[in-house]
Design a protein around this ligand. Structure first.
Ligand SMILES: Cc1cc2nc3c(=O)[nH]c(=O)nc-3n(C[C@H](O)[C@H](O)[C@H](O)COP(=O)(O)OP(=O)(O)OC[C@H]3O[C@@H](n4cnc5c(N)ncnc54)[C@H](O)[C@@H]3O)c2cc1C
Ligand SMILES: Nc1ncnc2c1ncn2[C@@H]1O[C@H](COP(=O)(O)OP(=O)(O)OP(=O)(O)O)[C@@H](O)[C@H]1O
Length: 511
């Protein structure tokens, strides 16, 4: 981002959570106190040294990896590897694999984690390099018996896990350290699913109903005072406190969640969930506590409903393997996507001529975040109105999103592109309808495109000559293309799209 843009963005973004550092620390300490016990009920049988390899689980609260390491050894070495591959490029289109904003967010997570660990007499070794090189040599140097880490599911991460194991055997010939991978990251534990991941239902609703009726969400793992961890996830815990308790927004989540502007229409938990600074089981327990103490309604349930989507995409990544990243998706749908660079650049830079799309893309660039509504709109616009290869959009999201997670990102993109596992998904988001329903006064677009603020509200979404010319015509709209781009050049058509009328596409409401 240019520095002038950055300065402008800094003035227009809301801090989430909106707490000062004192309040944040108080909330984090109080929350962790509730999740702390004296350790007397856990027998610490372990001997020797173990490594905790932190990956996407940058927290203390409800961290089973940390807990297992603690009970199974006398000394614990926490390590985070700054893998140079995450600063490489995305697979097909060569975007930066990690955009600057997510890199900054992860640095903040690490700083906080290190600070909390140090408060309690542990340290976090943050080492640049590949895990398969760093971990075996540390394991050898310290005579480590086990490396504990959270299990991942996508091939890049699985390859790293495999290489770590292989190198442990090479480097420690006589008694190699074990790599013990522990499930985490979802609300429903993989071992508690009523089916194996290979027979995961292809329809979300079937998955949800089945886990809701047959599985139980495990209690959070309690941290121990003896182990003396606390507070690394201060901002995450503060945000939960702020959203649920202080601002009392959980009560109305279901009616506000489709908003796009400001910090409070939705929880904004996703960056912390993705980096693992926040446990979804902790969020579940907080929802239950809120329901007991304040109110139980559709909104309180709906946060869990959304978290079950998150779980679903994680489990799907196991079932689908690399087909999740392939152009035809898990259903191997044959489509002639365009990779027209001019169209793609206009989308990426927020220069399409459609303020609703452009404002969302500017928000993504400036903040690393975009609302769920916005993501669905820009995804539909890219794949349906522009006919561009959905993987270009997905890889750009991979670069930019603070909450980037391969399963949720590629899972949602395959759905949006109509190549996901649910054959009923074929969704077109009409820009005029979305604008009318979700930004009727043009407040969102005027926020990110200040030049539109001077216009009357009803003109902000279709400012005509006063704004960038629309780069393509809408498939089901009445806006004329101004650069002679026609449906044939780079657009894709499927018979279902041609036949479908605009319908309400809120996936969640449809089910
Ligand atoms: C094209 C596209 C790409 C996406 N990429 C990602 C991604 O890389 N990482 C990511 O975490 N989410 C992704 N999402 C899902 C969703 O947009 C974000 O999780 C949500 O906007 C985050 O804001 P929030 O925390 O305020 O959500 P809330 O509305 O407050 O929801 C609470 C939590 O539920 C989960 N959740 C909500 N919606 C979804 C969903 N559709 N799929 C999976 N989990 C969901 C998230 O963990 C979220 O934090 C994507 C959605 C689309 C349409
Ligand atoms: N965590 C991840 N984040 C992003 N992409 C991932 C992740 N894990 C795996 N992938 C992607 O999955 C794909 C790997 O699948 P596969 O091994 O079939 O690829 P490939 O043979 O290189 O792909 P293709 O045959 O399509 O060129 C790659 O696109 C890889 O980048």
């Amino acid at each position: 981002m240019h520095s002038s843009n950055a300065a402008r963005a800094a003035q227009t973004v809301h801090p989430v959570p909106g707490f000062g550092s004192d309040e944040m620390e108080r909330v984090a300490d109080q929350t962790l106190k509730r999740y702390t016990f004296d350790g007397s009920s856990v027998r610490k049988l372990g001997r020797g040294v173990s490594i905790v390899w932190f990956r996407n689980d940058l927290r203390i609260l409800d961290n089973e990896v940390l807990f297992k390491a603690w009970v199974s050894s006398e000394a614990v070495l926490p390590v985070y590897c700054v893998d140079p591959r995450i600063f490489g490029t995305t697979h097909y289109f060569g975007f930066p694999k990690t955009g600057a904003l997510r890199a900054q967010f992860v640095i903040e997570c690490l700083t906080d984690l290190k600070r909390s660990l140090m408060k309690r007499g542990l340290n976090l070794l943050i080492q640049p390099g590949k895990p398969e090189q760093i971990l075996p040599s540390l394991a050898k140097a310290f005579g480590v018996h086990t490396i504990y880490a959270q299990k991942e599911t996508c091939s890049e991460e699985l390859n790293v896990e495999r290489r770590v194991s292989e190198n442990l055997k090479k480097v420690m010939l006589t008694s190699p350290a074990k790599l013990e991978l522990i499930w985490g990251s979802t609300m429903y534990h993989i071992d508690d699913l009523p089916f194996s991941c290979t027979s995961l239902p292809d329809i979300y609703t079937q998955f949800r109903k089945s886990v809701e009726s047959k599985s139980v969400i495990r209690s959070c793992v309690k941290v121990s005072k003896g182990m003396a961890f606390a507070g690394g996830e201060s901002t995450a815990l503060s945000r939960v406190h702020e959203y649920f308790w202080k601002k009392d927004l959980l009560r109305t989540y279901k009616v506000t969640r489709n908003g796009m502007l400001g910090p409070d229409y939705s929880t904004k938990f996703s960056p912390w969930l993705a980096s693992g600074s926040l446990s979804p089981c902790f969020v579940y327990e907080e929802v239950k506590r809120y329901e007991k103490q304040r109110e139980e309604n559709d909104s309180t349930y709906w946060v869990l409903f959304e978290l079950i989507w998150r779980d679903y995409f994680r489990f799907l990544s196991i079932k689908q393997g690399n087909s999740l990243f392939h152009t035809g998706g898990p259903r191997k749908v044959q489509t002639n996507w365009s990779q027209n660079q001019t169209l793609f650049d206009a989308w990426r830079d927020g220069q399409t001529g459609y303020p609703l799309v452009d404002a969302n893309m500017k928000e993504l660039l400036a903040t690393g975040f975009m609302s769920n509504r916005g993501r669905q709109i820009v995804c539909s616009f890219l794949v349906r109105d522009m006919g561009i290869d959905w993987r270009m959009g997905a890889e750009w999201f991979e670069t930019c999103l603070l909450d980037y997670d391969p399963c949720s990102n590629y899972g949602n993109w395959t759905y949006g592109a109509g190549v996901g596992n649910d054959p009923r998904e074929d969704r077109y988001f009409s820009i005029p309808k979305q604008a009318q329903n979700y930004d009727p006064d043009g407040e969102f677009v005027a926020y990110w495109l200040p030049q539109l603020r001077a216009l009357p509200k009803e003109k902000r979404h279709f400012p005509g000559m006063l704004y960038v010319k629309p780069i393509v015509a809408l498939k089901f709209g009445n806006t004329k293309s101004t650069n002679n781009w026609t449906m044939g050049s780079g657009s894709r058509r499927t018979s279902t799209e041609e036949n479908s009328k605009w319908k309400r596409h809120d996936r969640n409401r449809m089910q």
